[in-house]
Design a protein around this ligand. Structure first.
Ligand code: SAH
Length: 246
């Protein structure tokens, strides 16, 4: 059944507008009496029936709430240093499927891409759209947000006290991800991944000074997109997601 994200909270009567209404009326050519799944701002989901359709507004009537456990209880944010070309689109899509709660694009020393302010906003808008589509496709109850691009310093200075930053560092040969997860259990994690060129020694020092935990993902150097998806998978799996439930 088709899934739509509601701005607001599920109620007896609801409306979908904008591109969703257009999509239902014109592209999917759905009719009065058809059913859809609605996911609301509180991450609740419900089955609803279409009671009226125009190109601008689709009116829905609540049928029943649904049990939904698609949102992980552990909140994992991906802080991804900007990769080359359109690799970020792939990373956003896969991070949403795997269960990241949000994606924070980060500008660091070795990032090759340089966007103007205008281009940055357009990129983030595009990535948010990709996140929205991926959330629909993989049946999530919430759309992960793609935040505006910030610098590494900004990221580190804004970390919450209840959050553990797993700084995936290619030059770390001491502590492994598993060791860090064992000693720093949290409900909120940020997985920090460098760009193709990796992190500079100064950046690595800064990360540690600001309380991020350097971790190794093993003895092989992974490409940035492989590292992001592997680290997300492992953190979520360790918390019972992605087939990791005991
Ligand atoms: N150019 C660097 C590699 C960068 S890999 C070099 O040749 O050393 C891109 C990013 O993926 C890294 O910054 C890191 O965040 C992550 N990464 C890749 N392999 C890793 C590993 N074995 N352990 C921890 N992080 C890794």
């Amino acid at each position: 059944m088709r899934r739509f994200f509601l701005n607001g909270i599920i109620s007896e009567t609801m409306e979908l507008t904008g591109t969703d209404a257009h999509h239902i009326a014109r592209v999917l050519r759905m009719a009065v009496g058809d059913n859809v799944i609605i996911a609301d701002e509180n991450e609740r989901t419900a089955k609803a029936e279409i009671t009226a359709i125009t190109d601008e507004v689709v009116t829905l009537s609540l049928i029943e709430y649904l049990e939904d456990d698609s949102e992980p209880t552990v909140k994992v944010r991906l802080a991804q240093c900007l990769p080359k070309s359109d690799k970020m689109e792939f990373i956003v899509q896969k991070a949403v499927e795997l269960g990241a709660v949000s994606i924070q694009p980060v500008n660091s020393e070795n990032c090759v891409v340089k966007y103007t302010a205008d281009k940055q906003a357009k990129r983030v808008e595009r990535w948010q759209k990709i996140a929205h589509e991926a959330a629909k496709q993989c049946k999530r109850a919430a759309v992960p947000t793609v935040e505006p691009i910030i610098t590494l310093k900004e990221l580190l200075s804004r970390v919450g006290e209840d959050e553990t930053v797993l700084f995936c560092y290619e030059a770390e040969d001491g502590r492994t991800l598993r060791q860090a997860l064992n000693t720093h259990q949290a409900e909120k994690y940020t997985v920090l991944i460098g760009p193709e060129g990796g992190f500079s020694p100064e950046e690595a020092r800064l990360c540690q000074e600001m309380g991020a935990h350097p971790v190794s993902l093993g003895s092989r150097i992974l490409r940035t997109e492989t590292a992001s998806l592997a680290a997300l998978t492992m953190v979520l799996y360790a918390h019972g997601e992605l087939g990791g439930a005991l």
